[in-house]
Ligand binder design. Structure first.
Ligand SMILES: [Cu+2]
Length: 105
């Protein structure tokens, strides 16, 4: 009887844990190569986080009118959480042809 009780507690605890993971804001990963951002367009929920990982061989940035990641070194990453709905167009300061957008809704 005691065993069954602890088994149900474990089951409930697992369900709660899985529930938390499921409701967490989506995390999206954008890879920066020396030819640009991939995927160039990401769509997230408001409150979601985007992480840019620099897999290129040189410095890159994620820059909009409102924010600038500063230089992201090779192997480095930058994360930003989008608390307001909107479409955020960004580019790389070093290579202005590298562009992307984040849509938060
Ligand atoms: Cu760049």
């Amino acid at each position: 009887m005691k065993k069954m009780l602890s088994a149900s507690i474990v089951t409930i605890a697992l369900m709660v844990l899985i529930g938390c993971v499921g409701s967490a804001p989506a995390q999206n990963r954008v890879v920066i190569s020396d030819s640009g951002f991939a995927p160039a367009e990401v769509s997230i929920k408001v409150g979601g986080t985007v992480e840019w990982a620099n897999k290129g061989t040189t410095l890159h940035t994620v820059t909009t009118a409102d924010f600038d990641s500063q230089a992201i070194r090779q192997g480095g990453a930058h994360s930003r959480t989008f608390e307001k709905a909107g479409t955020y167009a960004y580019f790389c300061r070093y290579h202005p042809t590298e562009t992307g957008t984040v849509t938060a809704r």
